[in-house]
Each structure stands twice: as structure tokens, then as C-alpha cells.
Design a protein around this ligand. Structure first.
Ligand SMILES: C[C@H](O)CC(=O)SCCNC(=O)CCNC(=O)[C@H](O)C(C)(C)COP(=O)(O)OP(=O)(O)OC[C@H]1O[C@@H](n2cnc3c(N)ncnc32)[C@H](O)[C@@H]1OP(=O)(O)O
Length: 718
């Protein structure tokens, strides 16, 4: 048996039942059966007057072990379906004739929180974290959460928590009545016991969440709220069914009564847990825990050193973007620029970026002042004596950067980490020319940063300690760090630039730019390739394309289209004109002049209008654009640049905007089959050139039929 519950009865007549399945007290059928047995046992004992449920070692329960979802368990009978949620949680736990109180510390997620919701009161520490994150796994709360939460906190708040998988701390939970009392950790059990006795003796109400009605709006009003929620989720994720199913289940409970709602919830869970969306999202969950298991680095018990002060060597836009990210995570920042004017421009941009946070209600004006005071603008190295990390975002020129790093070696403390943000310079060459290669890394951020939260840490001779420090630094900035080995063009850029080049290749051969963006976003990418080029800026894409063509002359595509457009003063969103035209609120609209540029590019490339390409279906467009990126991903794996295929799955989702519900680019490719991918690329390479030529590694996989990353695969097959 994995996990169990223990019972301790005190002299006050209160039984404390503790869920124990370390480290997170995850739930399983075994744990729930043990909980059922413990509850039934205490209900029978005359010396027990009331019951407190808690979790061992300060952790209530992080919910169900999600490895039980995503498989295909066949059809279940109605009785089996409702067994845990109805026969146990509702009919035994919530219906208990002795009061039950949940004492919550640490995580109370998913099924863990749902058990607490069925108790007659909840006592929590202020730092506990509560949430129903099931939608993140393509399922819905399945132990009554869809019915009890709206009745406890009201429909709008419940929708916010469930649909956005929002985690709230104890304090926030108290404000919304999800929690009844806040208690310090060391008094949690004492207060919970007292609360249970208070309920028994009528000093506190005996609340059965499932039958509460005071927080529920009348049916008509509730339907209006649910209608808005449906529109919102359809707008945000048109390809996903499960959020809509969840809303239907909530509505069913409001319209037909909570017991009917519980049955509908159980049936929906059974259906959703077998979906490919569920399998893919669970794979993503494990891939994210996998990426930071780096042999020889994260498994040698190194503790991250505390990075407090960060210096940025400026280069306009990027320097101010990084400075904004840093102050928002409470780092002290020194921003160094080459002259007063550039410094002033950078500082103004940081201020503007921070103001946007206030506009979006992500920060208050008061906090903004605090953040802003964390920045010091300088023109020399005088204040670099105690910096922990320097991020060089100044030069893309090797000799200049080399000079900067040798100056830094003199001005900074001996443990200071030197990071470059260059997208083009060879970290290896740079390292070899300085004395500090063991404390040197490259850090890549991805644009637009709020949509693409990836942080790529590129290392050559970097010491494990430095990598561990930078991983912790990235996490503190709420980034998803992945660690890769150094290579020309850098890992994620290699996939992204191939993806963008494939789109340009099609556009230069008459496929409509806007049809491409539509097909790609319908597939689920957060941005179409042309919208992405506009956002990143033509200048950057041209620069990275150049590096790519230099480094991979045999297979790189040489795009003409963006240069032609740039000559016509198109830079992307930054100057309001790119593949789209932008209004003053940066809202894009299609540009009727686009054809002019694609025709010119076609003439320059000497390619003719190809009727096969102009009649491509959306699916064919998606494959012609994503398979080359996949091909590049296979090369990256075969070169040993990534530590595991999970890195590329996470990188594609967090750095390219690949849909998480397809499990990342490699997981998706496993589902399509390598023989198919190989045959498509092979055919296109004969028709349109070596850009599409399948790599040797893909040929091997197509021949022997093995899946990639068997370990991650098995873990997610559940
Ligand atoms: C029927 C019900 O309605 C359905 C449900 O209950 S769905 C489940 C809802 N629960 C969740 O989503 C919780 C997800 N977990 C988390 O957010 C975080 O693990 C946490 C905040 C609880 C703790 O974070 P942290 O202390 O950093 O630990 P973390 O490294 O993430 O996890 C420790 C290990 O537990 C695993 N784990 C965490 N939650 C898990 C879960 N729900 N299922 C399976 N494994 C889980 C992690 O993969 C990791 O495994 P590893 O040691 O092999 O790498």
C-alpha cells in the first residue's frame, strides 16, 4: 500500500486523522480507502466526539497522484464512477454525524482541497496554498469540487479558481470564505480541535457545503455568468473541450441540484481522463519536473547562492526589458550604459514597462515606486564591487565583448557570475579568451516575455554551482529555466528560426501570409510565425537568420522577404508596420500590400507560382512549418545539446508557444509516427530543396520505429 492515514484520539474527544504519503501526501485509491476506514472507525468509537483531518509534516495534500489519469481504463459502471466522490466523500465524510474540520498547512490541491471542502469547517495557516488545478491536466475536479466550491465562495470566485487553476494562499482563502479561520502553524491543530468542539456544542454553525445556497446567484443570473465564462474560455483556448465540460457540470449542479451535479462530474471525469489532451498535459507536468534533473549538476546537493545585486550592461531595448523583469522580482539592479542619453532612454523604458504593470492591475502605484527605486543607472564600473551577477546585453561583437569581460574580471568580486545575453556570439570562444569561463553562462530570454516564459541557460565550461545559481535566479523571476549545452545558433533559436524560415519559404512560394498565421494559430500555437516576427522585430530575425545561414550553409533557408520589407521601412510592431499594420493600441490588421512584397521575393528567388502550394490545406501548412522545426529538434537531440527530450518539449511550449495540450513538439511527433514525418520531409526536400531534408537521426527512428525519450514516455503513459 502506498500512503495511509493514522488516527490519534485526544483526551478532549477529538480524533486527529493524518494523511501520510510523503513527501506531498498525494492521494490514491489506497489513501482514500484508508481515510474511509479511519473515518468509519472513529464514527463508531464512543470516546470520539469530533474529527480533525490534516496532513503529515505540514502538508495537507497536493491532491491525486496524477499518474492515475490519462490511461484508458475502459467503461465503468455508474456505481464505480461515483464510488469515491459520492459514496465516500459525500455520504460518509460530509454526512458524518460527528463534526469534521480540516486543518490545512502547505499545499491543499485538487482532491486534497476537495476533501477539505466536504468538511464542516476549514482552518488554515496564512501560508497554505489552496487550489483546484485539475484543468491543467485536461480533467475537472472529481471529488465534488465543481459543486462545493461555487456554494462556498460564490460562482465568480469559484470559476476564477477552477478555470484559471488559480492557487490562493490562506489569507486570500479566508477573504473569500473558502477558509473559516487562519491559525499560526504551531497552533493549527489546537485551533482546529477547538473549532470541531465548537461546532459540536453549537457555538459554530455546522456547515454542509453541498447544500449551502446563500452564495449562489439565482439560476438566471448564474447562467449569465456561466455564458460569459464559456465565451472567455472559447476565446482563450478554442481547441480545448474540457473547460467547457467543466462549466456544463457546474451549471447542471445549479440547475438540477448538487447531487445530480456530482454524478455529472463523475461521468465527465471518467470521459476526460482518457483523452489525448489529458495524456499530453500530464506529460507536460512531468516534463517540467524532469528538465531540472541534470546529472552531475542538480543531483550533487549544491545549494543555490543568493543573488541579490545584478548589473546589466545596456544595449537599449533588451537592457530595459531585463531590468524590468529583475526589479519586478525584487532584485537590486545596476544599469550601465555608454552615455547619459542611452541611460536616460533605458530608464524611461523601464518606467514605461512598470507603468504597464499598473495599467494591467498587476502592481499598485506604490509598489511601482518601490520597484523603480531598486534601479541605479551608472556610466562606469565603480559600483560593481559587490554585484553577484552581470548580464552583458551590450555587444554582438566578439572582440568588444571579450574586452568587456576582461574589464569585469577586474571590477567584480571573484564569485560574480558573468552572463551574456548575446544571440550570436560563441560562448565557447568567449570563454577560451577569458580567465572566467567556469563562471560564464549565456542566458536567453524569449519575446514576448509574458507569453513565452522560457529562460534558456547555455553552458560550456560553467561550473555546476553557477548553473544551480542561475536556475534558482530564473525560478525567482517566475521563468521556466532549461539548461542546454552550447552550440552554434543556440538550441531554442535553432528550432524557432527554422520554424520562421519554413513559414517564409511558403510565403515566398505564394502561400498567403495570413492563411499561414491562421492555420498555425488554429493548430494551437500562441502566435502565427508572421505575427511573431513582427513582435520580435525584423532586425533581430534578420540578424539570427544570418548567423544560421553562416553556421548551417547546407540546409539553411535564405529568406528574402523580410529584407525586402525592411528596405521599405518595415520593422515589425515597434514601428507599426510589419507583416501586419498596427494601430496606436498595437492592434494588428492585415495589410493589402503584402502581395507586393511576396511577389518581389518570389521574383528575386526565381521561383514560380506553385499551384500545389497555393491549395495546401491548413493541416499541410502546419506540417510544412512544424516538421522542419522538429527535424532541427532531432538534430539537437542527436548532437547531445539538450540533456533530454523533455527539455525540447518544454522549450517548444514555453519558448515557441507550442500548445501544451499537445504535449510539446517531441511528444506530438511520437503521436504522429516517425515514418510519416520522415516521408513528408523526404518528399518536400525533393520538391523544394535541402531545407526540408530529414536528418540522419530521424531516418534511424523511422527505420527502427522507436519512440523518443522512453523514460518520460513511460512515466506519462500511466
Ligand atoms: C480527482 C481530483 O480532483 C484530481 C486531482 O487531485 S489532480 C491533482 C492536483 N494536484 C496538483 O496539481 C499538484 C501538483 N504539484 C505541485 O504543484 C507541486 O508539486 C507542489 C507545489 C505541490 C510541490 O512543489 P515542490 O515542493 O517543488 O515539489 P515538486 O518537485 O513539484 O514535486 C515533488 C515530486 O512529486 C511529484 N508530484 C507532485 N505533485 C504530483 C501529483 N499531483 N501527482 C504525481 N506526482 C506529483 C513531482 O513530479 C515530483 O516528482 P519527482 O520527485 O519524481 O521529481
Amino acid at each position: 500500500m502506498k500512503g495511509r492515514t493514522t488516527v490519534e484520539v485526544g483526551a478532549d474527544g477529538v480524533a486527529v486523522i493524518t494523511i501520510s504519503n510523503p513527501p506531498l501526501n498525494l492521494l490514491s485509491v489506497d489513501v482514500l480507502l484508508s481515510l474511509k476506514e479511519s473515518i468509519e472507525g472513529t464514527l463508531l468509537r464512543d470516546d470520539v466526539r469530533a474529527i480533525v483531518i490534516t496532513g503529515s509534516k505540514g502538508k495537507f495534500s497536493a491532491g491525486f497522484d496524477v499518474t492515475v489519469f490519462g490511461g484508458s481504463q475502459g467503461k465503468r459502471t455508474r456505481k464505480e464512477l461515483g464510488f469515491l466522490s459520492i459514496e465516500f466523500v459525500t455520504d460518509i465524510l460530509e454526512a458524518s454525524r460527528k463534526p469534521l474540520v480540516a486543518a490545512i498547512d502547505g499545499p491543499a490541491f485538487g482532491g486534497g482541497l476537495e476533501i477539505a471542502l466536504a468538511c464542516h469547517a476549514r482552518i488554515s495557516t496564512s501560508s497554505a496554498l489552496l487550489g483546484l488545478p485539475e484543468l491543467q491536466y485536461g480533467i475537472l475536479p472529481g471529488l465534488g469540487g465543481t459543486q462545493r466550491l461555487p456554494r462556498l465562495v460564490g460562482l465568480p470566485k469559484a470559476l476564477e479558481v477552477i478555470l484559471m487553476s488559480k492557487r490562493v494562499n490562506g489569507e486570500e482563502a479566508r477573504i473569500s470564505s473558502l477558509v473559516d479561520v487562519i491559525a499560526p502553524s504551531d497552533k493549527l491543530l489546537i485551533i482546529a480541535r477547538q473549532c470541531a468542539l465548537d461546532i459540536l456544542e453549537g457555538r459554530r454553525p455546522w456547515v454542509i457545503s453541498l447544500y449551502k445556497t446563500d452564495k449562489l446567484a439565482p439560476l438566471g443570473q448564474a447562467r449569465e455568468i456561466l455564458k460569459v465564462a464559456r465565451l472567455q474560455v472559447q476565446k482563450e483556448n478554442p481547441n480545448l473541450m474540457h473547460p467547457l465540460v467543466c462549466i456544463d457540470v457546474i451549471e447542471h449542479g445549479i440547475a438540477s441540484g448538487p447531487c445530480n451535479g456530482l454524478w455529472k462530474e463523475a461521468e465527465a471525469l471518467q470521459e476526460l481522463r482518457q483523452s489525448s489532451t489529458c495524456r499530453s498535459l500530464i506529460h507536460m507536468f512531468f516534463a517540467q519536473t524532469q528538465i531540472l534533473k541534470i546529472p552531475g549538476i542538480t543531483d550533487i546537493k549544491l545549494l543555490p547562492r543568493n543573488i541579490k545585486k545584478v548589473a546589466i550592461l545596456g544595449r537599449g531595448l533588451m537592457a530595459s526589458e531585463i531590468a524590468t523583469l529583475l526589479v519586478l522580482s525584487n532584485y537590486q539592479v545596476i544599469l550601465k550604459e555608454k552615455d547619459e542619453k542611452c541611460l536616460l532612454d533605458d530608464i524611461c523604458r523601464v518606467k514605461e514597462n512598470l507603468q504597464k504593470q499598473v495599467k494591467k492591475e498587476k502592481a499598485t502605484q506604490e509598489k511601482l515606486e518601490k520597484y523603480f527605486n531598486l534601479i541605479m543607472g551608472v556610466l562606469n564600473y565603480d559600483n560593481f564591487k559587490d554585484v553577484d551577477l552581470v548580464i552583458e546585453a551590450e555587444s554582438e561583437c566578439l572582440s568588444l565583448t571579450e574586452k568587456i569581460f576582461s574589464e569585469l574580471e577586474i571590477c567584480c568580486p571573484p564569485n560574480c557570475i558573468f552572463a551574456s545575453n548575446s544571440s550570436t556570439l560563441s560562448l565557447k570562444l568567449l570563454g577560451e579568451r577569458t580567465k572566467c569561463q567556469n563562471r560564464m553562462v549565456n542566458i536567453q530570454f524569449f519575446c514576448p516575455s509574458p507569453v513565452l516564459p522560457l529562460m534558456e541557460i547555455v553552458c560550456t565550461q560553467s561550473s555546476p554551482q553557477v548553473i544551480v545559481d542561475i536556475i534558482a535566479f530564473g525560478k525567482k523571476m517566475r521563468k521556466t529555466p532549461i539548461v542546454v549545452r552550447n552550440c552554434n545558433g543556440y538550441t531554442v533559436n535553432r528550432m524557432i528560426i527554422t520554424y520562421l524560415h519554413a513559414a517564409i519559404l511558403l510565403a515566398e512560394r505564394s502561400v498567403d501570409v495570413y492563411q499561414i498565421d491562421r492555420a498555425i494559430t488554429s493548430f494551437g500555437m500562441s502566435l502565427g510565425p508572421f505575427r511573431m516576427i513582427d513582435l520580435v522585430g525584423f532586425q533581430v530575425v534578420i540578424m539570427i537568420s544570418k548567423i544560421f545561414v553562416e553556421n548551417f550553409p547546407g540546409r539553411a533557408y535564405k529568406p528574402k522577404l523580410i529584407q525586402i520589407m525592411q528596405q521599405d521601412n518595415r520593422e515589425g510592431e515597434s514601428n507599426g508596420k510589419g507583416f501586419y499594420i498596427y494601430d496606436k493600441n498595437n492592434k494588428p490588421s492585415m495589410d493589402p500590400e503584402m502581395m507586393k512584397y511576396t511577389e518581389k521575393a518570389r521574383t528575386m528567388s526565381d521561383v514560380t507560382n506553385n499551384s500545389k502550394l497555393t491549395s495546401l490545406s491548413d493541416r499541410e501548412i502546419v506540417e510544412m512549418i512544424l516538421f522542419p522545426a522538429l527535424n532541427e529538434a532531432f538534430r539537437i537531440i542527436s548532437e547531445g545539446i539538450a540533456f533530454g527530450t523533455s527539455d525540447l518539449d518544454v522549450a517548444s511550449v514555453k519558448g515557441m508557444g507550442f500548445p501544451a495540450y499537445r504535449g510539446g513538439i517531441i511528444f506530438w511527433s511520437n503521436s504522429l509516427g516517425f515514418t510519416y514525418i520522415y516521408s513528408r520531409l523526404d518528399k518536400w526536400s525533393k520538391d523544394y530543396g535541402d531545407f526540408f531534408k530529414p536528418c540522419a537521426y530521424l531516418l534511424e527512428r523511422a527505420s527502427d520505429g522507436t519512440l523518443l525519450d522512453q523514460v518520460a514516455q513511460t512515466k506519462s503513459q500511466l
